[in-house]
Design a binder for this molecule. Structure first.
Ligand code: ATP
Length: 224
């Protein structure tokens, strides 16, 4: 049988974000190297990941001797110390790491990380803030995933006043220029929902659309 090598990950910076990324990757069965300059932080994750090492990621020699270029993906999870985050990303890029994911603290920090070659920049605080805000405004919104600056996917638990109606009657396409991608019912995901099928209590609609129109839809259907 063909053996597909499992990806190897390294996570640099073991704050709350970096330590949870490394722990979850290890739990999912991947090989994970966790790195931090704080021996205490390294100690805290040592028994949960494959290797845990105390090192300064802005020290190119230290990174070379760790063999960091041999990892498929390196996550730079340093947030507060923007200089260290940028220097680390530059060093990893120079050393030829194939895929770098970097955590940004602000839009400007993110722009710099993109410019110097991070393959993906994530904004965990901003994204979580956005999700919480959407959930507060519309408690029936379970998920809000930004696809681009203009488009998102939302998961909406149907409010009680549309139980028994079908997608044709709701006509989100005309009213909000949105598409219902799927209907979740009792943990089953139907990706070809029938426009004529009446919706049940607790059904979840997975909807893609333009942000401003989705916000209108959330305001109209986000509360029971
Ligand atoms: P979180 O919000 O995820 O807790 P944070 O954004 O506050 O994290 P920091 O606390 O700035 O991020 O950094 C995360 C970790 O990165 C810290 O444990 C810190 O010791 C480590 N770190 C910072 N600079 C370096 C460096 N040059 N080399 C290795 N680790 C570093």
């Amino acid at each position: 049988m063909l053996q597909v090598a499992k990806k190897q990950y390294a996570v640099i910076g073991l704050g709350r974000f970096g330590s949870s990324v490394s722990k979850y990757l290890a739990e999912m069965g991947f090989e994970v190297l966790a790195v931090d300059e704080s021996a205490q932080r390294v100690q805290d994750v040592a028994n949960k990941v494959t290797h845990a090492v105390t090192a300064d990621s802005t020290d190119e020699e230290a990174m070379t001797s760790l063999g960091i270029r041999n990892f498929d993906v390196v996550v730079v999870a340093i947030g507060q110390d923007i200089q260290a985050s940028i220097l680390t990303t530059l060093i990893l890029k120079d050393l030829g790491v194939p895929y770098i994911i970097a955590k940004a603290q602000s839009e400007l920090h993110g722009k710099v990380l993109n410019k110097i070659g991070a393959d993906k920049v994530v904004f965990p605080e901003r994204d979580m803030g956005l999700r919480v805000a959407h959930h507060l405004i519309s408690p029936n919104i379970l998920e809000h995933i930004e696809l681009s600056a203009d488009y998102s996917i939302v998961e909406l638990v149907i409010p009680s006043f549309i139980i028994g109606k079908n997608l044709k009657q709701l006509d989100f396409r005309t009213k909000y220029h949105c598409n219902v991608l799927a209907v979740k019912r009792d943990d089953e995901l139907n990706i070809t929902p029938s426009p004529d099928e009446p919706l049940h209590e607790k059904d979840i609609l997975v909807i893609v659309g333009k942000n401003e129109l989705l916000t209108k839809l959330e305001q109209a259907y986000g509360e029971s």
